[in-house]
Each structure stands twice: as structure tokens, then as C-alpha cells.
Design a protein around this ligand. Structure first.
Ligand code: DAH
Length: 369
């Protein structure tokens, strides 16, 4: 054996024992620097290659490379063993006591709007409605014109509707952008994109310039639309009766359909539910002592106007159907006894603690609200 190969063999023994002796990750890192670092032992020997004969350089170079690979592999092995050891120690010592009771932290609550929407979706999904979506920013055509609002209708006025700043290049007045004043615009979008039969609900934020105990500039609506060849007013009444009884959880709820006008339906109606205001409070579904009911308006509805169908490319001689729309806050206030609409959006956590719902008790299709 030449001196050099003896040196390499000794170095291998030395480095192997240094690496094997490393009993934690930081001493292993140190061993790595000693063996393979820029100023390390193997690198040191590599530097002597330049002064060797060609023959010797070839042999020594090869042997040093092998040594480098072997020590590198040994370090890798040692590293995984040490990491495993660290993990095993952690697993043995850092156990989590799952029986520990929760800290007395504030518990969050589901906002009554989310809860009510969840209940509405559950009920209508059970009746076979699917959910459609629209956007908060609409244009005049979808929000008014296609819904048969005549020019000059008061709802189009600035004092009700939030218009977006006008685009000076936009010449088409029906393209004027606004914040939707109702979810009825989604009827139009849905009918343009889908062929009958249609059975959809949509819901979301709507905007009107209004502020008092029963109005806020932003509020929520839920809208429904059914279109096919045979749907008639009887279906509308049956559907809304089933809905009201399910939502208010009252069988044989007194209801009346009162004729009313909305440009996009003909005939149009408002639905009232029976209640008693006797004794100051409000009892939904209850009759007064004389056996009669007081009435409370809860939603608008009607048979879709032929002009609306035409705007969406649907032949009114073949298809017909009904639509309805309701204020989500309003029916939440009635069901849960919340007196002032403005408080919904005050972001007061004490209000939410009082009127909010347990996050784990939300209804779903199997366990409806
Ligand atoms: N869009 C109406 C409103 O905001 C509510 C409404 C009434 C919707 C009658 C309808 C309907 O779909 O048929 O006051």
C-alpha cells in the first residue's frame, strides 16, 4: 500500500467514527464540515492531487471521490436516524390531552341572515329548486327594462337606486351600471342562459337608498322562478303555502293572496300570513280572541309577465310560470323576534351572542330548519 492509500484508509476510519459518534443534529453538522467542508479533510487531500504524477493522481482522485461518496452516504443515513429519534422523542413526550375541556373563550355565532338563508335554501332544495347566482352590480336592462319596468317608473329614480358613475363612452342607456335593487334581475340572466323547465331560487345582497327601522341601504332578498308549459296560479299558491308552513314551522298557517302590482308579473299578489297583535306582542299563526287574524305581509309573487318571457327569448304562447321574492331580513325578524333591521349590520357582538345561532346546529338537507 502506498502512503497515500494508507492515508485515505486512515481518514476513512477516522471520519466514519466521527460521523457515527455524532449523537445529535448539530454535532452531525459539525462532522459534515470536518469531512466534506471547504476546509475539510477530504477537500484538503484533494488539493494535493496537483503535485502528483498523472498515474498517481488518477488512482488517488478516484479513491478520494469514493471516500467522499461513502462518507456523504453515511452522513445522510445518520441524519435520518437522528431526525427519526427527535420525532420519536417528541411523540413520546408531547402528547395532547384530548379530554381537556375547552377554554372559556367567546364562542362565535352564525349571523341570523346566514342562518335564515340556510333554512330557505334547505326548504326550496327539498322542493326541487336549484340555486342560481347573479352579481351585485347590474345594468339597467337586467334590473329594469327586461323586467317590464316602463320608462319613468318611480323605482328607476335616483332617490331609490344607486347608480355607478357613468362611463362617458357608453352611449346605450340600458347599459347604465347600478347596484341591483332586487334579485329579480337574476330571473332574466337565468332565463337567457337556461331553457325551460326552470325551477330556481337565487339570493343575495340588494341595494336601495333607504334607512329607518325597517330599511337599510343594503339588504338581502330571496327570489324564486318556475317556468314550464303547465304551471299555473294554483301551483304558485301551493308552493308558497308549503314554503311558509315549513319556514314558520306552523301547520295550517292562515294565509291570504292579496292582488298587487309588480311590472314583471300578471297577475301579481302579495302574500300575508295570519298573526295576532293582541296584548302588544306578535304571534304568528295565532288567531285573535274573536277568531279572526291580523295580517302581515311577507312576500311578493305572481305569474311571470309575457313581456318578461319575450325579453329572454322564451315563447309566452308555449311557456308560463310564476315568480316570488322576499326580504330575508324581514322574514328573519318575524321568525326570530328581532325588532330593528338596522341592528343586523351594526356588527355588535353582544347582539350576535343574543340573536346568533350555534355554529354546529345549522340545518342541512337531512335536518331542515
Ligand atoms: N322584486 C320585488 C321587490 O323587490 C319582489 C318581487 C315581487 C319579486 C313579485 C318577484 C315577484 O319575483 O313575482 O319588491
Amino acid at each position: 500500500m502506498t502512503d497515500m492509500s494508507e492515508n485515505i484508509a486512515e481518514l476513512k476510519t477516522e471520519l466514519t467514527s466521527i460521523v457515527e459518534a455524532a449523537n445529535d443534529l448539530s454535532s452531525l453538522e459539525q462532522a459534515k464540515i470536518t469531512a466534506l467542508g471547504k476546509k475539510g479533510k477530504i477537500t484538503g487531500l484533494m488539493k494535493t492531487l496537483g503535485s502528483m504524477s498523472a498515474e498517481e493522481r488518477k488512482m488517488t482522485g478516484q479513491a478520494l471521490n469514493e471516500l467522499k461518496n461513502e462518507i456523504g452516504a453515511l452522513i445522510g443515513k445518520q441524519e435520518s436516524a437522528l431526525k427519526r429519534q427527535v420525532m420519536d422523542e417528541k411523540l413520546a413526550t408531547e402528547t395532547i390531552d384530548v379530554t381537556l375541556s375547552t377554554r372559556p373563550e367567546r364562542q362565535g355565532h352564525i349571523h341570523p341572515i346566514s342562518q335564515t338563508l340556510e333554512e330557505l335554501i334547505t326548504i326550496f332544495a327539498d322542493m326541487g329548486f336549484s340555486v342560481a347566482e347573479g352579481s351585485d352590480i347590474e345594468d339597467d336592462w337586467h334590473n329594469f327594462t327586461a323586467l317590464n319596468f316602463p320608462p319613468g317608473h318611480p323605482a328607476r329614480e335616483m332617490q331609490d337606486t344607486f347608480f355607478l358613475p357613468e362611463d362617458p363612452d357608453e352611449k346605450d342607456e340600458y347599459a347604465k351600471k347600478l347596484l341591483r335593487t332586487h334579485t329579480s334581475s337574476v330571473q332574466i340572466r337565468h332565463m337567457k342562459e337556461n331553457k325551460p323547465p326552470i325551477r330556481m331560487i337565487c339570493f343575495g345582497r340588494t341595494y336601495r337608498s333607504d334607512y329607518d327601522m325597517t330599511h337599510t341601504p343594503m339588504f338581502h332578498q330571496l327570489e324564486g322562478l318556475v317556468i314550464d308549459e303547465k304551471t299555473h296560479m294554483g301551483h304558485l299558491k301551493g308552493c308558497l303555502r308549503d314554503f311558509c308552513e315549513a319556514y314558520f314551522e306552523i301547520d295550517n298557517l292562515p294565509m291570504q293572496f292579496r292582488p298587487s302590482f309588480f311590472p314583471f308579473v300578471e297577475p301579481g299578489a302579495e302574500v300575508d300570513i295570519g298573526c295576532s297583535r293582541e296584548g302588544g306582542g306578535l304571534k304568528i299563526g295565532a288567531a285573535k280572541e274573536n277568531g279572526k287574524s291580523d295580517w302581515l305581509e311577507i312576500l311578493g309573487c305572481g305569474m311571470v309577465h309575457p313581456n318578461v318571457l319575450k325579453s329572454c327569448g322564451i315563447d309566452p304562447d308555449v311557456y308560463q310560470g310564476f315568480a316570488f321574492g322576499m326580504g330575508v331580513e324581514r322574514i328573519a325578524m318575524l321568525k326570530y323576534g328581532i325588532p330593528d333591521l338596522r341592528t343586523f349590520f351594526d356588527s355588535d357582538t353582544r347582539w350576535l351572542d343574543h340573536y346568533g345561532f350555534d355554529p354546529l346546529g345549522r340545518p342541512n338537507r337531512a335536518f331542515g330548519g
